[in-house]
Design a binder for this molecule. Structure first.
Ligand code: MBD
Ligand code: FE
Length: 304
């Protein structure tokens, strides 16, 4: 198709039916994305049938509430991380715990605990895990009173709230670090999440010949006064999908070693007669005094 005809149509779309001032940003983005789509339709010779199938795919994904799952599944959420990394590097930021995708399964309003927390409700089956560490500020000193929001899946890969069989805020807490900047929690070992079978994400991934499974992981938001918000995860080492994550969340520096503790006194203190898993992981935050895009990202999130 004649590129000039596309440009002329885009001009006409912009100027037709104007009844008031436009949002300039929305206008720019709309023109660009529409134009790129028209070019793609033309150059890939996308048929009318394919066009309507595509449109209905997104409509269905919206009805299924899976748009937030398709974004990480096609690598777009990781792309946003890579862009932020580059912006921070350009702004001169060095070090700090690597960020990785938030994903669509955070729920605001989890119970707040001081220093320590138990994440599981005691009814959720799974191997016991104890995770602890220190939050360090940009000055290298422990950050007391920092907020560690943690959430993860159960041993079937399901998240409370989205899985209505789990109790409210199961495997979700907000932990405030103690005077030494430390946090600690006990929970149960998660399993990697999989995109719901038969859903929009699953359908797309199947057509791409890909699976929709993540390796086991634990999510964190770490916030402290004067620091950039850190969105990250740790992975459970040795998961078969560790470097085969459909959502591209695994990163070097986010795979702590996991120890097995079979000390009888430690086991007894936790009320278990089985050895348990121990993870130590520190978070290093960056200063807010930097000219880089905001990391406390506003987006629609679930709230109980
Ligand atoms: C998850 O648990 C997740 O973390 C992401 C990024 C996408 C889907 C499910
Ligand atoms: Fe997750």
């Amino acid at each position: 198709m004649d590129k000039k005809a596309i440009a002329a149509l885009l001009d006409r779309i912009e100027t037709t039916g104007v009844v008031g001032p436009a949002n300039a940003r929305v206008k720019t983005i709309t023109r660009r994305l529409l134009g790129d789509l028209m070019l793609a339709i033309d150059e890939l010779d996308i048929s009318s049938e394919e066009f309507w199938q595509g449109l209905n795919f997104f409509a269905e994904a919206g009805r299924n509430n899976e748009m937030g799952l398709i974004a990480p599944g096609v690598g777009l959420e990781h792309f946003l991380d890579l862009r932020l990394d580059e912006a921070e590097a350009k702004a001169g930021l060095k070090g700090g715990t690597p960020r990785t995708i938030e994903g669509p399964l955070y729920v605001a309003g989890a119970p707040v605990c001081q220093g320590e927390a138990r994440l599981d409700d005691g009814k959720t089956a799974g191997e016991l895990v104890v995770m602890s560490g220190t939050v360090y500020g940009a000055d290298g000193k422990p950050a007391a009173g920092a907020q560690v929001e943690v959430w993860h899946a159960d041993s079937h890969g399901n998240y409370s709230y989205f899985d209505s069989t789990q109790s409210a805020f199961n495997l979700r807490r907000t932990i405030i670090t103690d005077e030494q900047g430390r946090y600690k929690f006990r929970s149960i070992m998660p399993l990697g999440y999989s995109a719901p079978a038969g859903g929009s994400t699953d359908k797309l991934l199947k057509m791409l010949g890909r699976h929709g499974t993540r390796p086991a992981h634990i999510h964190f938001f770490v916030t402290a006064e004067g620091h950039r918000k850190l969105t990250t995860q740790i992975n459970i080492e040795n998961d078969p999908h560790l470097w085969d994550d459909f959502a591209f969340g695994t990163r070097d520096g986010l795979i702590p070693p996991i120890q097995t503790n079979s000390d009888p006194a430690s086991m007894a203190a936790l009320g278990t007669d089985k050895p348990f898993h121990e993870i130590t992981f520190d978070f290093n935050l960056n200063t807010a005094e930097v000219k880089a895009p905001e990391t406390d990202i506003a987006r629609l999130r679930a709230a109980a």
